[in-house]
Write a protein that binds this ligand. Structure first.
Ligand code: TLP
Length: 346
């Protein structure tokens, strides 16, 4: 089989031989009875990293976000969120279908909202209006190009939200990337949210799994809803072991992905008509625009595939590249050569 350089997402990584070994040897039990020791270790480890009372292992980032939204809200509530955010755009309409909430979308700058925008969007107490209940944040922000939501901004938003007696959920699918890029600890970010979802199956390279963390009563509600949605898994220690391994061995190396992403951005900037600002590439996601070139993104993706590189066309003119564990610095140079072949003129 032809080996592609796969830059479509950091979800495409395959477990390493060492990871597979710990999976094969994991001690397991029935997690629906709370008896899987490996799942319990992972949950305690992540709760501690995030400075929360408890954490629950769930199959996906989508489930982690949606269980959090469900556990914080009542049907008819309004949830303030950035308009290009993951829970609003890429979770199959689950907010409406599962929680019966409506999203109030606010336009951010590369995913970041200003506290003043949020303040303005909070509904006054009037029976005409839905009840504003929750603010969802995303750090790093996927469609914001892996942008980091600054700690001070999170703190400011959290203080505002608490002054209105509302709640904050953080989609931290790639919070690890923000932590490695800034040196800020996961619990320092997480202190400014009531609940946090984190993923093990993105840059960390585990095959499956996410966690939700928060207070004990909150996680108890999440647990009940996880059961309702069929997310209770049995001998899940097999996959939890991969998550523990990933946290122990693949966290610090995210820095390499960030360097590779930066290198891609700097290289792409050289091509005539390609629009990208390498200063905006803060972590492992590179989004660039082709409006100034003669090629459209689907065509570019097709042509790059022929060169052995898979990329993701996210709109007619925009491409997303994501660096990860299975992409080396040599692959980055090969990718830039392939771009040069197609985008030609510098
Ligand atoms: N994102 C995937 C796709 O769904 C777009 C990707 O390739 O980036 N939050 C954020 C910020 C995410 O980027 C994702 C996945 C999720 C949640 C959902 O995680 P999963 O795929 O595990 O449900």
């Amino acid at each position: 089989m032809k080996e592609f350089i796969d830059l479509r997402s950091d979800t495409v990584t395959k477990p390493t031989p060492a990871m597979r070994k710990v999976m094969a040897e994991a001690e397991v039990g029935d997690d629906v009875f709370g008896e899987d020791p490996t799942v319990n270790i992972l949950q305690e480890k992540v709760a501690k990293l995030l400075g929360k009372e408890a954490a629950l292992f769930v199959p996906s980032g989508t489930m982690a976000n949606q269980l959090s939204i469900k556990s914080h809200t009542q049907p008819g509530d309004e949830v303030i969120i950035e308009s290009s955010s993951h829970p609003y755009n890429f979770e199959g309409g689950a907010g409406a279908a599962i929680s019966g909430i409506q999203f109030r979308c606010l336009q951010g700058v590369r995913g970041t909202l200003e506290p003043s925008q949020i303040e303005e969007a909070i509904r006054p107490a009037d029976h005409h209006f839905p009840v504003t209940r929750l603010v969802c944040l995303e750090n790093t922000h996927n469609r914001g190009g892996g942008s980091i939501l600054p700690l001070e901004k999170m703190a400011e938003i959290y203080r505002l939200v608490k002054s209105k007696e509302l709640l904050v959920h953080l989609d931290g699918a790639r919070l690890w990337n923000a932590c490695v890029a800034t040196g800020i600890k996961p619990y320092e970010y997480a202190q400014w949210a009531d609940s946090v979802s984190v993923c093990l199956s993105k840059g960390l390279g585990a095959p499956v799994g996410s966690l939700v963390a928060g207070s004990k009563p909150f996680i108890d509600r999440v647990h009940r809803f996880r059961k309702m949605l069929g997310g209770g898994m049995r001998q899940a220690g097999i996959i939890a072991a991969a998550g523990i391994y990933a946290l122990d061995h693949h966290l610090e190396r995210l820095q390499e992905d960030h360097q590779n992403a930066k290198r891609l951005a700097v290289g792409l900037k050289e091509f005539k008509g390609v629009s990208i600002d390498p200063r905006h590439v803060e972590t492992n996601i590179v989004i660039f625009d082709l409006t100034g070139t003669a090629i459209r993104s689907a065509q570019l993706a097709e042509a790059m595939k022929k060169e052995g590189v898979l990329i993701h066309a996210i709109s007619k003119t925009q491409i997303r590249l994501v660096t990860h564990l299975d992409v080396t610095d040599k692959d980055i140079e090969k990718t830039l050569k392939a771009f040069e072949k197609i985008l030609g003129e510098k």
